[in-house]
Design a protein around this ligand. Structure first.
Ligand code: AHR
Length: 327
């Protein structure tokens, strides 16, 4: 016999662990890295989980393949951070048929039957867009510039992702309500720094310093856009040629808000690991879980002319970034 034929196989450990298959969008941004880290540190063996992590490199077909693989492996839970909203019905039906609960995290899915997933937790992306637009309105008023023409470019996120849909809508709705606001262009930066820079370079070639506001739909696009603006010889910030607005409020994003390169940063919170774990724990103990749950998020500014904004009767404080917050 082979030397290890009688070696005991210890299956007790893996038997006790809850198996979670997590299909992650990719690694396109600092936000995403923080999100992956939150999931990995929560769903550790020490906490009683076996995590099967799959990075889909921003491709839906990779996510669909990962989910099918999780089904084959008979995981206890599938967690999906979907790249775009549509196109999930078939694979989620397969998960449902296999009796595996699916928890959607971060962006939303748009499915014909919402029993195809058990629960969703993430951001209210449209509210984020509304907050940014309401701040711009108040900021221009405070600066006495609300009657001036305001030329805006929108560097959008991945087209079809909830984060893009909501943030673009927040801006577009506000543009419709302000006759002096002109949306010169909207084009995707795919939530990455490289694409944000590339897109900004071409926008500058086309419009130069006619641009007053660069509305970047995440921090990494803002980093790329700022590099392009500075390389073209323009200055960003309240005393510069154009202001940059961003979303996420990652550490690096808040550093750029503290130094004034980003004037407004609307938070999108990535720390979903414990939130998903709470859902799983409740399901494990037979409790009913909220079908959809929004995360509360702040608004951070370089300057303090707008202490708060009001949306649909609700006040949202605007926090001026300090060194401690950006650390
Ligand atoms: O879905 C959340 C968005 O996705 C974040 O704003 C962005 O940074 C990430 O890539």
């Amino acid at each position: 016999s082979t030397p290890d034929a009688k070696a005991p196989t210890d299956t007790s450990k893996s038997k006790d662990l809850i198996t979670v298959g997590f299909s992650q969008v990719g690694a396109e941004s600092d936000w995403r890295t923080a999100n992956t880290e939150s999931m990995k540190s929560t769903f550790s063996e020490a906490n009683g989980y076996e995590l099967i992590f799959d990075d889909a490199q921003q491709k839906q077909e990779n996510q669909i393949a990962a989910i099918r693989n999780f089904i084959q492996q008979e995981v206890d839970y599938i967690v999906l951070a979907p790249v775009t909203e549509t196109g999930w019905d078939t694979v989620l039906q397969e998960a449902k048929d296999a009796g595996i609960p699916v928890i959607i995290v971060d962006r939303m899915v748009n499915v014909s039957d919402d029993s195809l997933y058990t629960a969703w937790v993430g951001s209210n992306f449209e509210l984020e867009g509304k907050k940014a637009a309401a701040w711009l309105d108040a900021y221009l008023k405070a600066a006495g510039k609300d009657k001036d023409e305001v030329n805006i470019v929108d560097i959008q996120g991945t087209i079809g992702a909830s984060a893009q849909i909501g943030r673009t809508k927040g801006l577009e709705d506000a543009v419709k309500q302000h006759s002096s606001w002109k949306l010169l262009a909207k084009t995707t930066g795919e939530f990455t720094q490289a694409k944000g820079q590339e897109v900004m370079e071409s926008l500058l070639k086309q419009y130069g310093d006619k641009i007053d506001v660069v509305y970047c739909e995440n921090d990494n696009e803002a980093f790329g856009a700022i590099d392009a603006i500075e390389a073209a010889g323009y200055k960003v910030g309240v005393d510069g040629d154009m202001i940059v607005m961003s979303f996420d409020s990652t550490n690096a994003g808040l550093s750029d808000t503290l130094n004034g390169k980003i004037t407004l940063n609307t938070e999108c919170n990535p720390l979903h690991g414990p939130r998903v774990e709470e859902i799983i724990k409740d399901l494990q103990s037979g409790k009913t879980v909220d079908k959809q749950k929004y995360v509360e998020e702040g608004i951070f500014s370089f300057e303090n002319s707008v202490p708060s904004i009001k949306i649909d009767g609700v006040d949202y404080p605007v926090t001026q970034v300090t060194k401690d917050l950006a650390a």
